[in-house]
Design a binder for this molecule. Sequence first.
Ligand SMILES: *Cc1c(COP(=O)(O)O)cnc(C)c1O
Length: 383
Amino acid sequence: MLLMIPGPIEVSPAVIEAFSGPPPGHLAAHVIEAHGASISQMRQVWKASDDAQPFIVPGGGTLAMEMAVQNTVEPGDTVLVVNTGYFSDRIGEMAARRGATVEHVRAEVGEAPAVEAVARKLAELQPSVVFATHVDTSTGVRIDPAAICEIVRGSNALTVFDGVCATVGERFEMAEWGADVYLTASQKAIGLPPGLALMVASKDAMERRRALREPVPMALDWDQWLPIMQAYEDRRPSYFSTPATSHIVALDVGLKEILAEGIDAAFDRHQTVADAMRSAWSSFGLELLPGAGLAANTLSAVRYPDGVGPDLVGEVKARGVVVAGGLLPGWKPTYFRVGHMGYSATRSDHLVKTVRAVGDALIELGHPVDVDAGAGHIESVFA
Ligand SMILES: *Cc1c(COP(=O)(O)O)cnc(C)c1O
């Protein structure tokens, strides 16, 4: 069975090998080395400056979001959410539970709020943090983080980007754009098994943490984790909470693979693959949920054609490929989602099998398509 959902995803043979076997202790020399090396490599993959601080914490994307919120927001703050769907709602809810006044700037489903609308809200509200979801996995919409950083620059607001479905698959220039937090989870585009919350915080974000008057929940506190990260980067072990040792060994291998390819090359590859997948869907007469120019490179959110519905997902699975249904409340029965990120975006066979499975399933459900033509769009970019 081929796993082509927007996370977890198929991972490379080297990552599988690094992840397998008995769990090593957190004081093992190779774990200390992998932990320290991963911290330094994250700065490169995130394109962050030397004074930015990476964090590797057991958990997932939701935990990374919570950590970012708890360390940058305190009760009484006003924050702004550039809302593109399900995960933007979630981070807004987290900030509200932290006691902030949360304002959203929204758009129609499949669209992204206009930069001018964000700029107006920014001037009106003077928020302390602006949150945005780089790729909203529920709709496949990608926002433009550079444009948001640009308008926030010069204000006192921090920018926090949820990159869970984007990091490594979509261009992100943390230092150049001046973003303050970029967070992800191991099981999405970064290409590892689920289990790690990963984020990099700018110097300004770390200073915001220190200026908070309200305590941060201990397990989520950057200041609690900071000495641990610093120790490991100096190749010394240090204990606060047991690191996910097997994951960290695999993380080091995964990051080395990404840097061997080159992070810019990885961005370009995801773009090429996504263009080919979109050509395949279009040749099947399918339309995307995201509006023009907003479709992410890490996944496709595709509308069911007339006469076809959520049964498609089961028909595709019967052909050996797992794709995902819709996620957005109210819209779930109208579209399906296909991940094309990380390792599978290096494998023409994975992508061709997926396109063929979707094509054959469409035929089965009474929507005739040219399966070979669809597959041809993938084959031609790998030729
Ligand atoms: C998957 C996802 C999350 C949540 O990650 P979990 O590991 O499932 O908690 C958050 N944001 C985005 C954009 C995601 O795609």
